[in-house]
Write a protein that binds this ligand. Structure first.
Ligand code: HEM
Ligand code: CA
Length: 199
């Protein structure tokens, strides 16, 4: 055995541990009072151990805490990590399937676009969407040829509608806003029973 074979994995391990420490101790940029941007808060709910990295297991646990069943939580964790991980990995050699809160900072929540969703598409009720109006909104906002974007947005908004609609089937603007800053998740976790047994 030559020494090169022994030392390369060792070197990689050291490098990786060093890198994890850098990521874990990096301070999130101060965008608002608590230091996280709006979309970071959306994702931070799922960072159960507050180390700045979302592991698939944590997403699974977050969904379970919201009341989703084991099958739905597994599916959601697999899908979300497969779709989001690549966009949030800070450097090429980061582990796949992890989501890094630090990078989510670069994802913009555009308040005017959010307002527009309701001002344009909430026709029957002020500041609240029916299921049909939601579908219209998603159709109207499709970017040509961005198929992954379509699927992603439809999934996100459908799940949001399912967990956040009121008893008349309306998705209210202020409730929907809560998904972006994570406050909706915290409220639902407390209520817990609302979406129990979705599988
Ligand atoms: C019940 C759970 C969840 C719901 C209802 C939800 C809902 C949403 C909605 C409605 C959007 C805006 C989509 C759009 O208008 O294009 C969004 C964006 C986003 N979500 Fe979630 N989400 C959930 C869980 C998660 C989890 C677990 C993660 C990651 C760990 C995540 C990461 C993101 C990211 C990074 C964006 C921004 C995407 C972009 O701008 O490309 N979400 N989510
Ligand atoms: Ca974590």
């Amino acid at each position: 055995m030559n020494s090169y074979q022994v030392s390369l994995p060792l070197l990689i391990s050291f490098f990786y541990v060093f890198y994890q420490i850098v990521i874990a101790t990096a301070t999130p940029p101060a965008n608002n009072s608590s230091g996280y941007s709006v979309l970071q808060k959306h994702v931070a709910y799922f960072d159960r151990n507050h180390d700045g990295i979302i592991y698939p297991k944590e997403t699974f646990e977050g969904f379970r805490a919201l009341g989703f069943g084991v099958a739905a939580s597994t599916r959601a964790a697999a899908l979300i990590h497969a779709a989001t991980s690549q966009k949030t990995r800070p450097v090429y050699f980061s582990l796949i399937f992890l989501i890094y809160l630090l990078i989510i900072h670069d994802f913009r929540f555009v308040a005017s676009k959010f307002e527009e969703i309701f001002s344009k598409h909430a026709k029957q009720h002020a500041n609240a969407l029916t299921n049909d109006e939601l579908k219209e909104m998603l159709k109207a906002n499709r970017e040509p040829r961005d198929f992954q974007g379509w699927v992603q947005a439809e999934l996100d908004w459908k799940v949001l509608y399912d967990i956040a609609k009121d008893k008349n089937g309306l998705l209210h603007k202020d409730t929907a806003y809560g998904v972006y800053d994570g406050s909706l998740f915290e409220r639902l976790e407390k209520e817990h029973s609302k979406i129990k047994n979705i599988n």
